[in-house]
Design a protein around this ligand. Sequence first.
Ligand code: ARG
Length: 362
Amino acid sequence: MSVSIAPAATVSQEAESFLRLCAEGLGWDRERHERRRAAVLDELARTGTYRHTPAELVLGAKLAWRNHTRCIGKLYWKTLVVRDCRRLHHPDTIAAALTTHLVRAHNGGAIRPIITVFPPDTPAVPGPRIVSPQLVRYAGHEHPDGTRRGDPANTGLTRLARELGWRGEGGDFDRLPVLIRDSRGRLTRHDLPRDACPDVPITHPVHPWFAELGLRWYSCPTVSDMRLEIGGVTYPAAPFTGWYVGTEVGTRNFADRDRYDLLPEIARRLGLDTGDDRTLWKDRALTELNVAVLTSYERAGVRMLDHHTIAGHFHRYVQARRRAGEEVHADWSWIIPPTAASTTPVFHDSYDPAVVSPNFYR
Ligand code: ARG
């Protein structure tokens, strides 16, 4: 049996195709394009890598968002704020830049899409990495008596933080430090100030008992464990923030069996019969949970979209791009909301899932 694999593009091929995107996106004329291309190929031949100009970095990061197939919010790609922190290598200065990132992303509740780009990998040294999957994560505690508290998604990260001397408070919403691995491979932990990305307490507009559950979630997610690839250059630490879609918190984080698994408790409090699936107790509890999340963020003045609104925006964006003769690359299974999927237009569409460069990878 023979398997043929397309040869991976070389760094110079990746660079050349990215520079073509720059020529188009940054309005370079032929001469400018040719000059930049020659300079990049020369730098590559001498050093094995090349440095993006600030304008190239901004465009590359925006295009990576536009190209990402698993994001329903990417129609806002042009508004991305790009922070260039490529000079920062020390974990303490990186942690300080992460705090500033959170403050600027949170923006008093008017969440802004923003990315901070730290040093790239080079043939000489790897860039620093953020080991934590997001800048804010709640610990997953496994107590000696077998009881579990917090977010089970983060038990591994919690163990690692403990090995680094972190203790924590032991509750359900106990913030973990951010773990950074520097270019020399040293792992350190950093507590970012809580008010840089405050928690939103979860209440329900009709059921006062909801507040007794003591639920909370952080204002906005900052994914920090994906590498950004632009024109053959890898940026292993490039955390990015966007606002939440309500279902990410209400349907997945709070209700997944292997996360906070809250549906049985909420259904009981709603007085539903949890003994029979046909009562649709899960569906009804899920709806109330999502209502609670959306109204709580609204009350706290923190930007969050509901799944119907964002799906509508995305659908109109896709249609407009198609009219312009371009396909939007998207992974249908990640685009459809996890709740009420078929009531949104994206469920009834299909997309080209091709992953093109620049992009974000795990
Ligand atoms: N789904 C992840 C979470 O709930 C966040 C992923 C990024 N989401 C976003 N809206 N930018 O924590």
